[in-house]
Design a protein around this ligand. Sequence first.
Ligand SMILES: [Zn+2]
Length: 153
Amino acid sequence: MKLARLLGIDYLREGYPTVDLSTKEQVARQLLNAASFKKIQVRLFWSVAAVIGAVALQITLNQRGNSSLSPMQSALLAFLTLIAIAANVVVALTYRCPNCRSTPNGVAVKLGGEGVASISRGIHPFPVRCKKCGFYLSKRQIEADLKHQQQQQ
Ligand SMILES: [Zn+2]
């Protein structure tokens, strides 16, 4: 999570709507939301890995020359790559907060040529909370905030 903060893609914690963590039921609700989101997150990582794998395989085989593959095999490989990319798009579209269905966006700051900084918005890979409804998307963050709450009392 430190890396996300360094890259400037982590949200400021002040930006989240307030969520009640005072009762066990509320905490359980947040834990459930985080657990549901984790499944979606894992799906995203697998689909990204599939695309990277397919592209890497294409590059490796292309370097070996076309003689090692029959036209049928090449077509099949291209087809598999397309499927992996399509799966990626579908997964990215369903990458949403389980509670309010909003997509966790992140802001990335990049340094362009001549020292010009550009800001782009994209999917946040490690959101800790939903910016729209404030629900937790990370179990670790629930634990950290509960600890913080106990220390204040
Ligand atoms: Zn939400």
